[in-house]
Write a protein that binds this ligand. Structure first.
Ligand SMILES: [Zn+2]
Length: 143
């Protein structure tokens, strides 16, 4: 991992909840060996107290569904030639497949392998997801 101050082209994920930067990198599946990645932890944010920031040099494609799950309050800035050309607002995805595992031992996904673990957004406020098969509830923060 190389620390960089500013990037010419790539993506900056700003306003990540403090302590979640590593999780963001993990869930985005960013290859930290071949990409230049900067993780800034516990930066002072005027709006939210403390925050993490992730900078990805030369990355243009992101799994926004995964990112929305980890921290939907983060902001995504797309940088071209040192200038922010696009800001992307995140939201909790309506449907997620194979991200959560159902904890209900009687659920069909626990009994049989090879069945996709599908969850639907049940309560955006509480960040709760419901298993497609057995209605078991999971919280996004338990990721
Ligand atoms: Zn289930």
């Amino acid at each position: 991992m190389v620390v960089i101050d500013s990037i010419a082209n790539g993506i900056v994920i700003d306003h990540i909840r403090a302590g979640y930067g590593m999780k963001v990198l993990e869930y985005l599946n960013i290859d930290t060996d071949s990409n230049t990645v900067a993780l800034i932890m516990n930066a002072v944010s005027e709006k939210h107290g403390r925050k993490d920031v992730v900078k990805l040099e030369n990355v243009t494609d992101l799994d926004l569904t995964a990112l929305g799950l980890v921290d939907h309050n983060a902001t995504v800035n797309v940088i071209e030639d040192h200038i922010i050309v696009r800001k992307i607002k995140l939201s909790l995805p309506e449907k997620v497949t194979n991200v959560f595992r159902c904890k209900n031992p009687r659920c069909v996904t626990s009994a049989e392998s090879g069945i996709p673990h599908i969850f639907h957004l049940a309560d955006a406020e509480a960040e709760e997801y419901r298993c497609e098969y057995c209605d078991e509830i999971v919280k996004a923060e338990d990721l």
